[in-house]
Design a protein around this ligand. Sequence first.
Ligand code: UFG
Length: 337
Amino acid sequence: MQDYILITGGAGYVGSHTAWLLAQKGYRVVVLDTLAQSPHFPHRWAEFVCGDYGDRHLLEQLFTNYTFTAVIHFGAYTVVSESVQHPLNYYDNNVSKTITLLDVMVKHNILSFIFSSSCAVYGLPHYTPLTEEHPCNPISPYGTTKYMIEQVLKDCANAYGLKYVALRYFNAAGAQAREGLGERHIPETHSIPLLLQAAQTGKPFYIFGTDYPTKDGTCVRDYIHVQDLATAHYKALLHLVLYKNPSDIFNLGTGSGLSVKELINAVQQITRKELTIIPASRRIGDPALLVADPVKAMIILQWKPMYSDITTIVTSTWVFEQSQGLIKKESISQEQE
Ligand code: UFG
């Protein structure tokens, strides 16, 4: 019988898309999630365990009850500005608890690990597009936590024979509304859901910084569709477990950048709504320009973004946002009945 894959944070944004894809590919998936950041996990295609990936006792139980081929670790706090305000929460959740997870894994001889890293490990780019060799000087505690775990993984590989792939995501975006999967952060801080919520509610959207040294003064980002990210995790799993390739680190982006103003134009065109846009001051921890060089993942993982044009990204998120609006309306009318 096929072994299981453990997905921590599998009820979250990228985690749930990856869990879904692996289930479609025939893997048996166990999702471990506290549901603190995602309110529910109503899907049948994975077994669900409510709990914390830093809970040693729970992990011991899980690793005794199931045989896991690999662990894919999405669980983390992810808001850059919050990490600046509450660094200890981030070091505890993203670093200490991940070390507990790795420790219990190694004790149970589970030695394949796929890690959600981030372009935030690079800090301020010296050149773009960013290759994996670019120096890592994170400028936020969030980025530091991701870089620290990459270092821990390197040492665990040397000491215990752990094999890992660290995937440095650029800007995860898009949704798979048909499966009820999409981006839901509480509170929401990401530009595309905020723009689409602005399109639905008429509330203003604030541009954080219009004086950056970029083509139009606003920050440039490399938006990568969450389904493409999910595919990269599947490919990373094949890389480690099936082909038994060495540990490695890969950028996941498209190689082209979009400014905040260009994003606003795309949202206005797709939603056919005129947004109220307010220029505001820069947000702390935002580099001017983050664009990936994804060639390494394309060559070694044989991965290619398929859904990451901005029209597909915004349209899929728009469909998801509207479906969430309908769900909210339905639950309010049910409560009233
Ligand atoms: N932005 C606005 N107004 C908003 C929200 C965002 O102008 O209300 C701008 C931001 O300043 C940024 C761009 O839109 O220039 C994208 O912002 P997001 O919050 O959507 O995404 P980030 O670029 O901040 O975050 C991404 C990843 C993080 C990663 C970070 C590294 O989501 O995981 O890049 O800087 F850590």
